[in-house]
Design a protein around this ligand. Structure first.
Ligand code: SF4
Ligand code: F3S
Ligand code: FES
Length: 257
């Protein structure tokens, strides 16, 4: 399907106030078992008028709100916080809300697809349950023994710094769904689960590191990582994902946290 969205009355093709505008075409991979296409995925193209600061998410909204309400995608915060709108844009995993149209060569059709390796439910929406199942397995919470402390558990700035990078994860799955190992073996824990294990393994207040390392020593654990770096390149939070995985591997050998 090709659809062209008209500019609102009074809008200029080249200029809206001080913000330049331009036409952009999105080629979206769609899947809807209830449609005439049945179980076959297909592509739809839409041309919309965008402005200089518009993001891919703005274009998706424009398509959904003004032309094709059946287009389905996830989003919530629209500001890079909730992690719900990871998609493949021109073959690279990105957050639609953090990707400016002008930065992805809007002169050519921009392809938008669901992230890989997870079952597609509809259009750009995938089933995140396998991803969250791995996340739950590494016990992403503070584990301590003994009685509840009567005062705050203190930590030095250096101790906090040790796991600061991996606290930034927003569980968007851009890393795991860009990993070739995960594409071929959906049982692999995947980089996001390891990043979140790292966040607790290196936390001086936590006492569950040994348990987590044993879980990740599984045949589907850290040793499956082939240091491909796709995960690090995909992470919208700039987390050094591959480095974190290497640190967990090293901790497994040395048991030094
Ligand atoms: Fe997303 Fe980065 Fe967390 Fe992976 S590590 S889930 S890419 S925020
Ligand atoms: Fe996969 Fe990242 Fe390792 S892409 S192979 S988890 S470095
Ligand atoms: Fe929340 Fe993009 S919509 S991160």
């Amino acid at each position: 399907m090709t659809a062209t969205l008209e500019a609102p009355a009074g809008d200029e093709q080249t200029e809206v106030g001080a913000i330049p505008s331009f036409e952009v075409t999105l080629k979206i991979r769609r899947y809807s078992p209830e449609s005439e296409h049945g179980d076959e995925a297909y592509w739809d193209e839409y041309t919309v008028l965008a402005h200089g600061t518009d993001r891919v998410l703005d274009a998706l909204h424009k398509i959904k709100w003004e032309h094709d309400g059946s287009l389905t995608f996830r989003r919530s915060c629209a500001h890079g916080i909730c992690g719900s709108d990871a998609v493949r844009i021109n073959g690279r995993n990105r957050l639609a809300c953090k990707t400016l149209l002008k930065d992805v060569n809007p002169d050519k059709p921009i392809t938008v697809e669901p992230i890989k390796g997870l079952p597609v439910i509809k259009d750009l929406v995938v089933d995140m349950e396998p991803f969250f199942a791995s996340y739950r397995e590494i016990m992403p919470f503070l584990i301590t023994t003994g009685n509840e402390p009567s005062k705050e558990r203190l930590q030095s700035a250096e101790q906090r710094e040790r796991f600061d990078d991996t606290t930034k994860c927003i569980l968007c799955a851009a890393c795991t769904s860009s990993c070739p190992v995960f594409w071929t073996d959906g049982q692999y824990f995947g980089p996001a689960a390891i990043v979140n294990a790292h966040r607790f393994i290196f936390d001086s207040r936590d006492e569950g590191a040994t348990q987590r390392l044993e879980i990740l020593n599984d045949k589907e654990g850290v040793w499956r990582c082939r240091t491909t770096f796709n995960c690090t390149e995909a992470c919208p939070r700039g987390i050094e994902v591959t480095k974190a995985i290497q640190e967990v591997k090293r901790a497994m050998i040395t048991r030094a946290f």
